[in-house]
Design a protein around this ligand. Structure first.
Ligand code: GLU
Length: 296
């Protein structure tokens, strides 16, 4: 089977150093496996999106010469496919409506205990749809991290596939889209280790072999916070991509010879594809560096 990888940014802000690391990791892994590299725009949550961010992200990838294959898939165009599955699972009682508020769940200890599982609620307004988790996924294998255990309470939780506000849940969309796009391996930040069990559960429900998983080290700032759009991580430099590209490649474990550092973007990336090794990825720590634009 030929390799298909992807980068799946959420357009909640411009591309920052952490998302560049995820883009590069998935790019090098796909290209060094002679595979395709797709881009999917995860525009699933309009209230958290920044107008223009989707295009800005694509422009940034182009400025870094990270050229994707085929057309960009937009999750905002996929609602019908998501709703079809939600309806099917409601009908076959694999999913159910839930009216519990976040506050109520918190009062019961923070984990959802299946309160509405057998209530056979119909939905007048403001209901989430939860999936019945009958076979919890308690562990999975990560390509570089090995066996990852999932805490039992988390694994057993009936999780949300459609939110109370009517938006589709990330876990549902990501799995249906990875299947639709024929993805064979997911390479992404280790902040997404936690939901992986749920995603594998969805593959099982869909009778489909799950993708392989590789979770990259996470970039954190000097205060120990994950670089994220919510934490207002700085946008990466579009005008002078080379220093940031080199910095992100070093973060991924590359030791880059001087002549490559001085080469053109395409040559640096081609060198990266031939020298990529997942065994060089730093795993234990998520490196702390004060990231700032152009400060190299
Ligand atoms: N859209 C998610 C994010 O930007 C990534 C989803 C994934 O790679 O599975 O954090």
């Amino acid at each position: 089977m030929s390799y298909i990888g992807r980068f799946a940014p959420s357009p909640s802000g411009p591309l920052h150093f952490g998302s560049l690391v995820a883009a590069l990791g998935s790019y090098f892994q796909a290209r060094s496996n002679k595979g395709r590299w797709l881009v999917r725009m995860e525009d699933l949550d309009p209230p958290r999106e920044m107008p223009g961010a989707a295009q800005l992200i694509l422009n940034t990838l182009e400025a870094y010469h990270l050229y994707w294959d085929g057309d960009v898939l937009y999750q905002s165009q996929r609602h019908e496919a998501y709703q079809e599955k939600v309806d099917e699972w409601l009908l076959t009682e694999k999913a159910y409506f839930c009216q519990c508020s976040r506050k109520q769940i918190k009062a019961l200890g923070g984990f959802y205990l299946g309160t509405c599982r057998h209530k056979k609620l119909t939905c007048e307004k403001e209901c989430a749809v939860r999936l019945r988790v009958d076979k919890p996924i308690t562990h999975f294998d990560d390509k570089i991290r090995g066996r990852i255990e999932i805490p039992p309470t988390l694994a057993a939780e009936d999780f949300i596939i459609k939110r109370r506000d009517g938006l589709f849940a990330y876990n549902l969309a990501v799995v249906l889209d990875d299947i639709e796009q024929g993805i064979t391996e997911v390479v992404r930040g280790s902040d997404l280790i936690e939901p992986t069990g749920r995603q594998i559960g969805l593959y099982q429900l869909l009778n489909t072999t799950p993708v392989d998983y590789l979770h990259l080290p996470l970039a954190i700032d000097e205060f120990g916070h994950k670089l994220s759009k919510q934490n207002h991580a700085e946008a990466i430099d579009l005008q002078h991509p080379k220093p940031t590209l080199i910095q992100a490649m070093r973060f991924l474990g590359f030791v880059i010879p001087k002549e490559i550092q001085e080469a053109k973007l395409d040559e640096i990336l081609a060198w990266g594809c031939s020298n990529w090794s997942i065994n060089e990825l730093p795993l234990k720590i998520e490196i702390t560096t004060p990231f700032s634009n152009g400060a190299l």
